[in-house]
Design a protein around this ligand. Sequence first.
Ligand code: G4P
Length: 525
Amino acid sequence: MKTDSLQEKILSRKTFAIISHPDAGKTTLTEQLLLFGGVIRDAGTVKGKKTGKFATSDWMEIEKQRGISVTSSVMQFNYKNRNINILDTPGHQDFSEDTYRTLTAVDSAVMVIDSTKGIEDQTIKLFQVCRKRGIPIFTFMNKLDRVGKDPLELLAELEEVLGIESYPMNWPIGMGKEFLGVYDRYHNRIEQVRVEEKDRYIPLDKEGKASSDSAIVNNSLYDQCLEEIELLSEAGNEFSIEKVQNGTLTPVFFGSGLANFGVQTFLDTFVELAPSPQPRHSTDGEIDPIETPFSGFIFKIQANMNPAHRDRIAFLRICSGKFDRGMNVTLSRTGKQMKLSNSTQFMADDRHTVDEAVAGDIIGVYDPGTYQIGDTLVGGKDTFQYDRLPQFTPELYIKVTAKNVMKQKQFQKGLTQLVQEGAIQLFRSMHLEEYILGAVGQLQFEVFEHRMKGEYNVDIVIQPMGSKIARWIESDDVDDNLSSSRSILVRDRYEKKAFLFENDFALRWFQEKHPDVKLYNPMEV
Ligand code: G4P
């Protein structure tokens, strides 16, 4: 029998990631959420890039130099008896595979869209990963304090570009300088901007009409809002919690992170509707988060977080039961038993030892070099394995060699260890056996170069190859002579063959010429 308190603790967990294109306002929104959670007192604490105070994870020199966050970090806080875990996804355009993989460790996602720009590239990529997992996606249309796209147009983009149904939980009354507030369909009230706290909300009656005669109600922007609400009621989607939960309908909130408008309403609704930890598929079938003793999987490995200690931390998403520091677990891949005594929890710029954690939480465990990304850890001796993490397709490629041939051994060691962390992928070209690295973003190469020098004492020579389209080959039985400068045949680190195509045109040309060679993109399987 499980105690109620464990069940309550697990059900109180809301673990999510915020996805967005750079500059849409993810950091600003995160900061407001942390303010509501009482974790920080001043705006500007998380966003070290401008104030220079703290960066979310300022452990790495390169991050300080570039003023950006390379790694995804985890922030935990308590809000209205819920334990919120926000997994940060680097918002810079040089994001990495870690960003994608983080999305395998969350139960829902918040998609922040800059309403002046609409849906942008990086949002589309991250959305697709969430969509594939069928997790609930909540949309925050940000920057309503500026004149942006027409709200109806923004909704249409959600459906046309992302292919997801939407339900506006609230609707803006004006925008930019004339942003007066929102008509809150979900809470049946009007929420006003720039008014005293006591006047903030105006309740709506059963017909959806304001029961007060305040200035906002007499403004023509309010009439326009009512017309649009009517249109939405007639032609828009109906709210369905089932659809929200299976990720086919996104609740949409309009507001402004910077002006801190609509954020608290969003947070209140989000914690109510977002799922707590859900069962997860494994070799033993569905694993129930409450009924099954401790288990979890590793979604990210980070070396040398603390340069003074040269340690490696594995980020573990707990999927079931309870973790107690010092407990014995089995690594399913090898059957090896171990004691988890060195465990950490993260908070913005800090990390501290964690003694207890439950399903939904993310903890860092010390990694002496034992773990691989995707590893399952199970309490006790019974083992099972969670589904393999999806493989992601790099977009940018470089060739690398050691500058000094005498350093070949360290070069190999650094290459192997850094590739194991999973932010870059290693390939060998078929003919020349050259080392080719692939990444989702350019910054990963800089991080690689920096760490090869700093941690392995190897200078490397980089030969950029630019962007390529990687397609894996279904059968290994492929003619090596098909390799050319426009379609380079390579082997990945698991010896699977793939082609790196120069561009879309080269890919299509190849497919037409060689229909018998079956290609696939792992992100679409
Ligand atoms: P990101 O993490 O998604 O990259 O975005 P971030 O929060 O850093 O915000 C990007 C820029 O957009 C910042 O401006 C920020 O102040 C602004 N911003 C965020 N939310 C809103 C909003 O609701 N309304 C308006 N008008 N602006 C918003 P910046 O000029 O780059 O930085 P700063 O000098 O303002 O700090």
